[in-house]
Unconditional design. Structure first.
Length: 214
């Protein structure tokens, strides 16, 4: 019996062109709490982390109460913006459909909350499309490998039969920690030069080229 291949995708910056929206909502939350407003580059740097981890990275001086209040503000701003879901990057939806039709197992590993991922899956009519998913508020945040290990276990797949696809160092490091092959995309939150340090199988400018490496 042939073992299926599991392809695990980050969401923001890999499938969804949401980097600008996330960065702006981080800036708005900082204004709400009279904190130094991060630049766009500083804000996009933390995309991929769980929300609490992202806040602590941006504001190391923040105590637990401030982290919680900032997270609530960010979530409120993002929910207002998210009434219209961000567009997919070019060729994402058609390529995902091709992979699904070809029998690949597809999963999502994201820094989003479960509520946020479910909301966007429903809005984009992809509820039930992916075989598994893990969100940062239900397991360990990237780059800890637990998110990937849980997805592998759920699908009964060994890491040698799986790929992680992402746009940040957090995605690449998580895959290294899980002993999994990785594919980078060059158009997301982190520069391709940084992703190449993790020796991905490929660094793609066009999402559709993923078919050539899986």
């Amino acid at each position: 019996m042939t073992t299926k291949t599991l392809i695990i995708f980050d969401w923001d910056g890999t499938l969804s062109d949401s980097v600008a929206r996330i960065s702006r909502c981080i800036q708005l939350a900082a204004i709400d709490h009279h904190l130094p407003q991060p630049s766009f580059d500083q804000a996009k740097e933390i995309i991929g982390l769980g929300l609490n981890e992202a806040v602590r990275h941006l504001f190391p001086q923040a105590n637990a109460d401030m982290v919680a209040r900032f997270s609530d503000s960010y979530s409120a701003h993002y929910r207002r913006e998210d009434s219209s879901p961000c567009a997919f990057f070019p060729n994402v939806l058609t390529t995902l459909q091709q992979l699904h039709s070809a029998g690949y197992l597809l999963a999502v590993a994201t820094g989003k909350s479960r509520a946020g991922l479910d909301r966007v899956l429903e809005a984009t009519k992809l509820t039930g499309f992916f075989h598994s998913s893990r969100c940062a508020d239900e397991t360990r945040s990237k780059p800890h490998p637990l998110m990937l290990e849980e997805l592998l276990s759920e699908q009964g797949i060994g890491p040698e039969h799986a790929f992680m696809v992402g746009d940040t160092e957090f995605d690449m490091e998580m895959a290294v920690n899980a002993k999994m092959s990785r594919i980078a995309v060059s158009y997301g939150a982190h520069d391709a030069s940084r992703l190449l340090n993790y020796q991905p199988v490929a660094c793609l400018d066009d999402f559709s080229n993923i078919i050539n490496y899986c």
